[in-house]
Ligand binder design. Structure first.
Ligand code: ARG
Ligand code: ZN
Length: 480
């Protein structure tokens, strides 16, 4: 609950906002100071202070924010592909984790026209990719922020190691993949995987355009006045980088996997020939991983192939997206394995990215093994034989911020898992994977926690093994 003082700053904000025509401007005074007679003097000893501008990940100091935890995002957005114009309102439900005089959200570009906190106008300003909201909240208060904004989305373009990501306008819509920190290019958020939340999407696009988000449709799409609105809901916690609002002309096939999991597959007309294959393989592979890793964590599965030539795929929750290529079984197996490793279990810090990519790459090896193509040992041997010095020089247990998606994070990360499997044996390794998944379902994880579980499973110290495969800049001896 907000205290009475909130009303005072709310009134102050109203004045400040109308004076500035509602546009984002610097406040004339940071956080309205409480008057001496205000009830805030009776409050707990710890004064309200600003939430930090980052969540505390040393790799990306500006990403995420401190002082609050988001529980739910409701994104009511309209996109016009012709004008490349995105606008609407984001409603963010959160809990304060300290007394807050102000807090930040991550947002890149756009014009913010109005911010409210618990229904009252709030003062705000913009600086770089930070939106600062002035408020007065107590530790543990649940609160609701609305941000009205509009403009032309600016994706992060062509960065050396990450390519183009975020909200990417395409000829007929948008291709939206936000790993690692592109959510801020389309909605105000606590843009870091350490703060997961559930999502509702109300997406409006011109008639004839399909809007695809995470989770499931909660009602049939509705067309009115040449505009169609799609209502999607992701009812399980999701990292911001896994949220999507992919729009355009799509062919869609829906149904159930053989194991009974709802499947949604969509392809850009250029890839219509792969729609049935995408639908079938995605269902089959989701069923398979449900046996290997434990029950599928979400309510539906699927995939999207769009014609934007991203050069990569992303494991968007419930609907991995493939950017400008026909996915083969191996990459579908990879992206769907991420639904367990990365999506249900999310990293707490980017340095632990091998917990996503090493596991998803190992899943590719398991897929081949389980289908009688080649054993994981064969894949390991080949990776070992093909490894360059660069792979041995990059310890995947400490992902580098300037080279997050280095091959070592994928391949040497997978080799680390194989080395563990060889060391403890299949009868311990596979139950351990299931336990990892079950123990941390919908949560956040660290490398330390994984090592602890591995040692507990093995009944002995495994420091040398993990040092060799995750942390040292030398080539470990071959295993198997
Ligand atoms: N997690 C994705 C995958 O392994 C890769 C994402 C790459 N992101 C980027 N901005 N390049 O499939
Ligand atoms: Zn991956």
């Amino acid at each position: 609950m907000r205290r009475l003082i909130g009303t005072v700053s709310g009134v102050f904000a109203l004045v400040a906002c109308s004076a500035s025509n509602g546009a984002s401007t610097a406040p004339s005074s940071p956080a309205a100071p409480p008057s001496a007679s205000s009830p805030s003097v009776a409050r707990s000893a710890s004064a309200a202070t600003a939430g930090t501008t980052g969540i505390g990940d040393p790799y990306f100091p500006g990403d995420g924010n401190g002082g609050y935890d988001v529980t739910h995002y409701s994104l009511a957005l309209a996109y016009d592909p012709g004008r490349k114009h995105l606008g609407g309102t984001a409603t963010v439900e959160a809990k304060a984790v300290q007394n807050l005089s102000q807090f930040n959200m991550d947002l890149h570009g756009f014009t913010v026209s109005k911010v409210t906190v618990d229904g009252a106008d709030a003062q705000f300003d913009r600086k770089g990719d930070e939106l600062t909201v002035y408020t007065d909240l107590d530790d543990q208060d649940d609160f609701k922020v609305t941000v009205a904004y509009a403009g032309t989305p600016e994706p992060v373009r062509g960065s050396a190691n990450l390519g183009t990501y975020g909200f990417v306008p395409t000829a007929d819509g948008s291709f939206v993949t936000s790993e690692p920190n592109g959510a801020k290019t389309w909605f105000p958020s606590n843009d870091h995987p350490a703060d997961k939340a559930t999502f509702d999407f109300r997406l409006t696009v011109p008639e004839g355009v399909t809007a695809i988000a995470n989770g499931e449709l909660t009602a049939p799409p509705k067309t009115e006045g040449g505009q169609t609105t799609f209502l999607w809901r992701e009812s399980h916690p999701m990292a911001t980088y896994l949220a999507t609002m992919t729009t355009g002309k799509f062919s869609v096939r829906t149904g159930d996997s053989p194991g009974g999991i709802p499947v949604y597959a969509a392809t850009d007309p250029r890839y219509d020939g792969v729609l049935d294959n995408l639908f079938t393989e995605s269902g089959k592979i989701t069923d398979h991983w449900s046996k290997v890793f434990g029950p599928y964590p979400f309510k539906s599965t699927g995939g999207v192939v769009d014609d934007f030539d991203a050069g990569y795929a992303l494991e968007n929750q419930t609907k991995p997206i493939y950017g400008g290529f026909e996915p083969d079984q191996s990459i579908i197996a990879h992206e769907l394995a991420h639904q367990w490793f990365g999506n249900s279990l999310s990293i707490t810090r980017w340095k632990d990215l091998w917990l996503n990519e090493g596991f998803a790459t190992y899943a590719e090896w398991l897929w081949a093994e389980d289908n009688g193509q080649a054993t994981a040992q064969n894949a390991f041997d080949q990776a070992y034989a093909n490894a360059t010095d660069a792979l041995w020089d990059y310890p995947p247990g400490e992902t580098r911020p300037d080279d997050l998606f280095n091959a070592s994070v994928y391949i040497r990360g997978a080799m680390a898992l194989h080395a563990l499997r060889v060391a403890i044996g299949d009868d311990k390794f596979f139950p351990m994977l299931k336990k990892w998944v079950a123990d941390h379902k919908y949560g956040n994880v660290t490398t330390e926690e994984f090592i602890e579980l591995a040692e507990q499973t093995a009944g002995r110290q495994l420091g040398d093994l993990f040092d060799a495969w995750l942390f040292e800049r030398t080539r470990p001896p071959k295993v198997g």
